[in-house]
Write a protein that binds this ligand. Structure first.
Ligand code: GLA
Length: 696
């Protein structure tokens, strides 16, 4: 297979010339050349123009576009165009439209209007893919296939009758017998025992909580069903164009698709990410998404397929990116392993649903801030060939698991949780401490990481318990947080004090959950009090947090210690004096357990303790002011330092800034400032490169 990444990072975006008269195309390629664009994604939403009637194709315009791009040295990521079925498909095959949980069949007139299980949709998608592959597979501009687009973005669950049949087939393949399914789903509860697979439906709207395992299986099925769509198109492409790699664009930490199961099937991991400029934590969250992309490819370079140059149009209010912010976020992706920076889209649309979404070339033309920033980034990336293909070094692993995510967000649990928020909290704390974090499914070897964090791994498999234990035994400092190991993969409770096999790793067991506060929010509560009468926080006291008590938030639980040392206790409330934080020496490593959620500040104290416990030494601290986040990432020989904060910082690191050619040491880095420092600092000891001090 041909390599996708070559000598300099890819730079470009979605190119939708079909929205414009041909006269504009020449200007497009002239401007692309000027801006250093070398890769564009073509045809993502062009199905209706490519196949205006079933089986009748109009390729003339696409022939011209690809030739024009080729003549101008721009390579193409060619879409299979199957993400937005044309009106004729739903007209002729109305059953191909998706149905919501409430039984509403969605209408055409938007995009992604297909049921992933629809035979009519799948047949049409395969046919279009084959026709495109046969026509353009040998075109010299085409370097990558872009299968579909953002699978599951709008329709990730379909509840129609065809989906129901497909779900039954999936269940039959998984369980073989209806008895096995009844046992796994615990259908003895609430009179749900099934006599045959034929009786089973998707978890459509129900009078009370649906069966939890049925719901989780439907989540798994739905992710697999979209993957099956991807694999059908991929099989066609492999057959016709075996040398051209394929991608499909992921969506960061998207909830509804389990990217761990997808990643092995994708030749090049690619991502779409739209951090909200109005969110002061946007760069922190984005760092996690980038780390996920690198980790999905097991460290291989990936492609930032889409981001915005400035404002999007999908939020109630769409704040533009601050001057320099697009550049800073682009370098964040590069630092964290991307070998290409692309945008949605090349030219801002004049019509259609996304005409107020920014683009590389804005409505106002080239005498604009956005265009100047695009030109600057294109020129800089062209000179950063030395980064392409190099690896980003990580110091810690964060276990991130879609089964746990889906399960902990179901109804009928001790509290409501956002799994992403629980995990992102730890990712941000590690990142702010100067560590780079890989994400991991948790059932593979973790022992190479000095630090392993396991946030609320609600569904714990035996393989995950074994990998976590093995990491601690081999020397990792492992932290497991509350609500881990509560159930097995069938969502059956792990009896006898929760945590499963991790009880012996951690030396603790749990008697009872004690979530804090929030009683007023419970549906059905008589609303006598306007506010919670129970404080949603609890004091936590221990050396780790210094002389002041730490703040436990939303959650506590009654922990019994078997053979661990107690490092902090709850103070006040019903659990006063009971363990809140424990540590057990396990093999040559350590296994910590945290029985609450901590404030940001207290989390930082615990992270510092874990770093000390692991033997990693911080050479300096990152200081960026109140809302500051100064990001430091080592990729290959280069140290990226990016100031996402609101105050300037001064660099203490020796070396040359590859972007400006200036000496890095003593340099002032303004907000949104970026330096890429070479040569590398000595990191052989796996110590984080932290090279920033506060200005003044
Ligand atoms: C997604 C899609 C694009 C576009 C952008 C807008 O990433 O793939 O087609 O809709 O969102 O942000």
């Amino acid at each position: 297979m041909r390599p996708v990444f070559t000598d300099s990072p890819w730079f470009g975006g979605d190119y939708n010339p079909e929205q414009w008269p041909e006269a504009v195309w020449d200007e497009d390629v002239d401007l692309m050349r000027g801006a250093g664009v070398n890769l564009v994604t073509v045809g993502v939403f062009a199905w209706a123009l490519l196949e205006p009637e079933e089986g009748r194709y109009e390729f003339g315009w696409l022939d011209s576009v690809l030739d024009l791009l080729h003549e101008n040295g721009v390579k193409v990521d060619l879409a299979t165009a199957t993400a937005a079925p044309p009106p004729w498909l739903s007209d002729q095959y109305p059953e191909s439209l998706p149905v919501t949980v409430d039984g509403i069949r969605l209408s055409p007139g938007s995009r992604q209007g297909y049921c992933p299980s629809s035979p009519a949709y799948r047949t049409a998608a395969r046919r279009l893919t084959r026709t495109l592959a046969e026509r353009y597979g040998a075109h010299p501009a085409v370097v990558l296939w872009h299968i579909n687009n953002e699978y599951g973005c709008h329709v990730s669950r379909c509840y129609c009758d065809e989906s129901a049949s497909a779900f039954r087939r999936w269940l039959e393949a998984k369980y073989r017998t209806i008895g096995a399914l009844n046992s796994a789903w615990g259908t003895a509860f609430w009179s749900q025992s099934y006599g045959s697979f034929e009786q089973i439906l998707p978890p459509r709207a129900t009078p009370a909580f649906p069966n939890p395992t049925q719901s989780l299986d439907f989540d798994r099925f739905s992710s697999d069903e979209l993957l099956a769509c991807f694999l059908e198109e991929k099989a066609v492409l492999r057959e016709v164009t075996p040398d051209i790699p394929v991608t499909t664009n992921f969506m960061g930490t998207f909830r509804n698709v389990d990217y761990w199961t997808w990643a092995p099937h994708v030749d090049v991991i690619s991502d779409d990410l739209y951090p909200d400029p109005a969110d002061p934590d946007a760069a922190r969250g984005a760092a996690m998404a980038r780390d996920l992309m690198r980790s999905l490819g097991r460290g291989k370079p990936w492609l930032l397929m889409e981001q915005s140059t400035s404002a999007v149009n999908m939020r109630p209010t769409n704040v533009p990116k601050a001057p320099g912010q697009m550049r800073a976020l682009s370098y964040q992706a590069l630092a964290r392993g991307a070998d290409g920076i692309l945008f949605f889209q090349w030219r801002q649309s004049a019509a259609g649903a996304e005409r107020f979404h920014s683009a590389m070339l804005p409505h106002a033309g080239t005498d604009t801030r956005i265009w100047r920033e695009v030109e600057q980034l294109g020129a800089e990336l062209a000179a950063l060939g030395s980064v392409v293909g190099t690896r980003t070094r990580a110091h810690a692993a964060l276990v991130f698991d879609w089964d746990s995510r889906w399960a902990i967000e179901q109804a009928g649990l001790p509290t409501t949780s956002s799994y992403l928020a629980l995990a992102a909290h730890w990712h941000a704390a590690l990142t702010e401490a100067g560590l780079t974090v890989d994400l991991a499914p948790g059932d593979e070897d973790l022992s190479a990481y000095p630090i392993v964090i396991v946030p609320s791994l609600f569904v714990l498999t035996d393989a995950q318990a074994a990998a976590i234990d093995a990491a601690a035994a081999a020397g990792s400092t492992v932290l497991v947080t509350s609500q881990t190991g509560i159930v097995d993969q069938d969502l059956r409770v792990r009896l006898g004090g929760y945590l499963g096999d991790l009880q012996s790793t951690l030396g603790v067991w749990i008697e009872e959950f004690w979530p804090l506060g929030g009683a007023w929010a419970r549906p059905g509560a008589i609303p006598v009090a306007q506010e919670s009468t129970v404080a949603p926080t609890v004091r936590v006291r221990g050396d780790v947090f210094g002389p002041e008590a730490a703040t436990g938030i939303e959650w506590s639980e009654c922990v019994h210690v078997r053979d661990a040392s107690v490092r902090a206790v709850f103070e006040g409330g019903h659990l006063s004096g009971w363990p809140a934080l424990t540590r057990k020496a396990r093999g040559v490593g350590a296994a910590w357990y945290l029985a609450t959620r901590l404030s940001r500040e207290d989390t930082a104290s615990l992270v510092a303790q874990l770093i000390a416990d692991s033997g990693l030494a911080l050479s300096a601290s990152v200081v960026g002011g109140e809302s500051g986040f100064v990001e430091t990432v080592q990729r290959g020989d280069a140290l990226f330092v990016i100031n996402h904060g609101s105050t300037a910082v001064t660099l203490a690191q020796e070396g040359v800034d590859l972007l400006s050619g200036a000496d890095a040491q003593g340099m002032t880095l303004e907000p949104q400032g970026v330096v890429v420092i070479s040569p590398r600092v000595a990191l052989d000891s796996a110590e984080p490169a932290v090279a920033v001090v506060a200005a003044g």
